[in-house]
Design a protein around this ligand. Structure first.
Ligand SMILES: Nc1ncnc2c1ncn2[C@@H]1O[C@H](COP(=O)(O)OP(=O)(O)O)[C@@H](O)[C@H]1O
Ligand SMILES: [Mg+2]
Length: 232
């Protein structure tokens, strides 16, 4: 289980997160919601080790990881798919997948066939350069690469941003399948509300760097929180 306690995160003198606390459970999708610029990506960077908190703590299965480097977090099963995907456009699809290997033990350094079951399009495109893929295919590649880490926590920052509806459906199915296996916590940043409400078991809403609401799927549907998100 992930437990974030009272996190403050700053860019130099500019504070982006204030006293943020959240939890994410294995076998559940926890959505981080809120409009542009509220601190969602900053929170994901803090979870993945790309930013250090000024204060507060991040516990993963009871142990503090707040001071661990991204590489060490990857080794302890935390996989991060950043906003904008961040695949290598000059490398082939296969080479992109293999970039996950550096944080894996030798025996685990192979491309699990399962990623082609989840994302069949990647199999046909193994030799193509990442930069030649569509945005949706690049997103699938980025998720596939993260899955090669056999994560216990998968962090997805706006996976639907700028991609076509048919691929959004595919990605939704994959997230549901991974969730239903029950061996991974999924933290999902989303601005596409239909996608988020379909997937969220639990959620938090950020506004100006603070958690202003939180709850479970039922609360998201029944409280005014969906309206609140639509209004902003
Ligand atoms: N590299 C950076 N340097 C300084 N400020 C930043 C940087 N990245 C983001 N910020 C600021 O931090 C706040 C939160 O940004 P971000 O976490 O990217 O929000 P979101 O992902 O919710 O759109 C914004 O005010 C943004 O301008
Ligand atoms: Mg963002």
């Amino acid at each position: 289980m992930l437990e974030v306690n009272n996190l403050d995160v700053s860019y130099g003198a500019s504070q982006a997160l204030y006293d943020v606390s959240m939890k994410a459970h294995i076998g559940k999708v926890t959505c981080v919601l809120g409009r542009n610029g509220v601190g969602k990506t900053t929170l994901m960077k803090a979870l993945s080790g790309h930013m250090s908190p000024k204060s507060g703590d991040i516990l993963w299965n009871g142990k503090s990881i707040a001071k661990q480097a991204p590489y060490d977090r990857a080794k302890s099963g935390i996989a991060y798919v950043p906003q904008g995907r961040d695949i290598f456009s000059q490398l082939t699809v296969e080479e992109n997948l293999k970039t996950a290997f550096s944080s894996l033990k030798k025996k685990d350094r192979f491309i699990d066939k399962e990623v082609f079951e989840l994302f069949p399009v990647l199999k046909q495109m193994l030799g193509r350069r990442g930069g030649d893929l569509s945005g949706g295919q690049q997103q699938q590649l980025a998720i596939a690469r993260a899955l090669l880490l056999r994560p216990k926590m998968l962090i997805l920052d706006e996976p639907t941003e700028g991609i076509q509806p048919s691929i959004i459906k595919d990605i939704q199915r994959v997230i549901e399948l991974l969730r239903d296996r029950g061996n991974m916590a999924i933290v999902l940043v989303e601005q596409y509300l239909d996608f988020a409400t379909a997937l969220a078991d639990d959620y938090i809403i950020l506004e100006r760097g603070r958690v202003v609401s939180e709850g479970n799927q039922e609360k998201l549907q029944s409280s005014g929180d969906v309206q609140r998100l639509l209004a902003i």
